[in-house]
Design a protein. Sequence first.
Length: 799
Amino acid sequence: MIEPDLSGRSVLLVGTGRSRLPVLVRLLTAGAEVTVTGCADDLVAVHQDLSLLAAQNGLTPSTEWALLANRLLDLTYLEPFAAVTAVPKAALVVCVPRDDEEETFWADQCRRLGVLFRAERPLPAGVALVGGGPGARDLLTLGAVAELRGADVVFADRLGPAAVLAELAPGALVVDVGKDPGHHRVPQERIEELLVAFGQSGYRVARLKGGDPYVFGRGGEERRTLLENVVPVTVRPGISSAISVPAAADIPVTCRQVSTSFTVLSGHQVPEDSVLEGLVKVGGTLVVLMGVGTLPPLLAGLRRAGLPADMPAAVVENGYASDQRVFTGTAANLVELAAVHKVRSPAVFVIGEVVRLRDELLEVATAARIRLDPEPPLAPEVHGGSGVRSTSTRGTSADTGDAEAPGTSADSSPEVVAATVPDSVDLSAFETPEMHTELSGFTIGITASRRATDQANAFLRRGAQVITAPTLAITPTEGDTELLTETALVIENPPDLLLVTTGHGLNGWFEAAEAAGMGEDLRSALTGTTILVRGAKARGAVRAQGFSDAGISADDSTTSLVDVALAHGVGGKRVAIQQHGVVDHAQMARLVAAGADLVTIRPYRWVKPEDPKAVSTLMASVIRHHVDVLTFTSAPAAEALLTTAKEEGLYELLLEAMRTEVTCVAVGPVTAAPLVAAGIEPLMPERHRLGSMIRVVVDHLNDHAIDQAQTRCGAVALRGVELLIGGERLTLPPHLADLLRVLVQADGDVVTRASLRRALPAGPSDHAIDMAISRLRKIIAPHNLVVTVPKRGFKLASV
Ligand code: SAH
């Protein structure tokens, strides 16, 4: 349905106008070799224009978006007159036509030459309010897909199926206006202002929402505001969670003879008793959305209104996600059930006789020996945040164990739990701040290449912004002749000792050997070999391959592994060492000096990153202090960052930032070594594991990076770029957050323009400071937090 397999195929993109940009990026994302007619300038102009529009509205586009400009410049462009001659060489011609005539022209050319042709009609300028369904990709409508494919700009919500954006709208400028429950991250008026601003700009904007835009989605208000501002606006309905999420738990919202009506309630405000009495009298199914926070008073009210205590009730959390959970009980114990299992938003509550049908269905299925497993998803799950929530809780290794959401089941199959709960429960579970705000406002830079996604997901799930820039890439050397030669040497002349440095490397080696048909021979060659391992992971891999080791290094370093080897004695022996990434020449030299006949095996190598621009972007963000924490999980990556900085003349600036404002965190001492040598003092977890490192980051930021002050507007807190004021969470543009931080740290004292200039990394002019203060005031209005002190400067409105 989405895109035919275009990888490696040559596609000619013809046509005119702005809408070529999203089409082009989609084709590139699908792996096509694209040639574009016209010049680069007009596409780059569209990109720049949108970037400018974003900047003017205080939005910071993603790194991918920023890097798109370079991708555009790197493409092959053809003079329009030459385009016709390029048709026969193309596997497919895609046309974004200005009018019928243009489309017919290209369609005829292609027909004549027997080349596949596709027209992509541009969507008109304006806004589409798009229902994204409850989070599963296969519950998007065709209309929604068309809108995303044609969108220049997407405004995405927390519950929308945001993960599909990378696939369906890779060339769109994506703005995340998602809200966290209880805290409107971007206030509704601001969202509407943005929709109007972008809607009036001549672009196509998709406002992607969870479920249906008109079911508790504020779609009505947005449509009205847009029409008042003369912006064309369409609505693309979506599948509402009110009906589909119960269905995901085998609960039909109506059923003949059981329930002939259903009412969808918002838990946002508990209705008055008289209304609840009416609802109970109707006797149909009650479906409650947004009810996690207000379940206790709602159920108390319903019980007062006469709802029987034994009325079946259920809660479905994270419907359609791999960590979907379902709990069933009764009106009497639903509150406890939700509290005990720490049910979190998003969740749908269902109260009514229909809930019984779920159990009946389960019974029937059991009798018929049919497993009521969830439908296999047609496509990966697409839930949550910026579309980056982990796709499964299954198979996470011990490393990321504590990076997982509390309360999620270890198994990814939906959990079914009978309604047995202890007598006393702690209802404060409802009040505990949700994990996904633990890091909100903060930005984490990630230098890892391996498992960078796991790491990024762990931070994103906690609400952080993430910049990933692998400073090195690992290339597997499967099919690599050098590795196969090394393997052949081992088979021909089996080693007495094998030193295994990484589990990953050992597995890679065996896989490569197997693929080359040398697996069996390699295994039998190693049967008499004494194996020594560096660390628990290497030991695990050796055992998993059916071997056992004769010794393990004292710590995780190659040095201590070589110590063990020397203790075993290597003189006159044939010693094979499996290398990891960089070669530790000093340790090789120790083995040779002790008389070892050395063979090295390099199953994978570190190479320069595929995307050096991402590294430059990361360095620039660190230097501007727009990154709060920078993480390191391998020594070569740490080394590579410093080397790249030297090459780009940024070493001093980068070091200065990493020694002061930007906290560096390393997974262990080996990784930290190159940083320490450069005079940086990274934080380190006690257990050298990814999960523990993530905990260190969370604790550090929460303990040391939140600036607070008591003001006339109440308590305010600044966490990275996020301002907590009057129960609201506002995300500020980074330079305004920096400015405000200086004022908050001064705690009510006057800060002069001169000291603001000195304190800010960009060293702004007085005029720029005044402009920034006025923008800041606008964003945080109606709070009157920043006071001008005539002739002196600014201060916080003190108590
Ligand atoms: N317009 C949306 C509803 C927005 S209100 C719709 O039509 O579905 C947000 C609420 O929807 C959440 O608090 C939760 O109650 C519910 N919800 C949305 N997606 C959900 C999901 N995948 N699983 C459980 N509840 C969901």
